[in-house]
Ligand binder design. Sequence first.
Ligand SMILES: C[S@@+](CC[C@H](N)C(=O)[O-])C[C@H]1O[C@@H](n2cnc3c(N)ncnc32)[C@H](O)[C@@H]1O
Length: 258
Amino acid sequence: MRTRGALGSRLNAWRKSSAFNPYWLSHRALKGSVASLAPAARGLLLDVGVAERPYAALFAPHVTHYIGLDYPPVLTDKQPALWQMLEQVRRSVDLFGDGRRLPFASASVDTVLATEVLEHVPDPERCVAEFHRVLRPGGRLLLTVPFQEPLHFLPQDYGRFTPGGLEHLLGQAGFAIERLEPRGNSTLAVGAAAAQWMMRRFAAIRVQSDGSVQNSSLRMAAISPAIALLQLVALGLSKGDKDGSQPLGYGVVAVRPD
Ligand SMILES: C[S@@+](CC[C@H](N)C(=O)[O-])C[C@H]1O[C@@H](n2cnc3c(N)ncnc32)[C@H](O)[C@@H]1O
């Protein structure tokens, strides 16, 4: 029985990390974007909105210390899925705090990382001003933000970002942008959206108040092969696509000037 259970959970883990998972294209592109930012990190890194610490291993070769901070925005929100998430978060954060009032001295951090966090802050300019304050002169801010991603983590999903908006936001806080790159291209964004649409349209039995869906396992099993095929075709077609008019998001390296 135990062997079957272990086999079952290994199969489940494999399915989650494969094209059968409707979020596969989206997660793959985000991981690629974060990996391309990692070599710009150094010294003491503060990951704001660390959640389950998904990218710590990518930064390990580049930094001396990795501090994960998160802010439980769900304390007043009794949704079971978010409480479960909070449980997981408790195991991976080093300290709790608000990105808009960081518990760090000015000029005390070498790198600030914030992946898919700013869209969850109603006033992201306050976060960015804090990132600037805690960074040492010459320190870097590494950001990823969504552009074509579905609503998530409701009700705390406040916006999406464009290159012009990012330049304005970061420039106003005193940052100089070194790199601003799209995450994926239009083909990838359409493929990722179509895979998630298929799941929501054909397998969802309940939409939860945080925006995520509960699926019927039977219906999910039935449509998974089509989802996998769709995502693999989209990945193949995306290789020659130069259209950056609707990427999944953006990755940014910005520096606090000396
Ligand atoms: C979509 S999750 C991203 C998590 C992780 N960075 C990743 O890329 O998988 C957004 C995270 O931002 C955190 N967050 C939201 N508002 C915040 C704030 N004001 N200060 C710090 N973290 C915040 C949330 O608690 C959540 O963990």
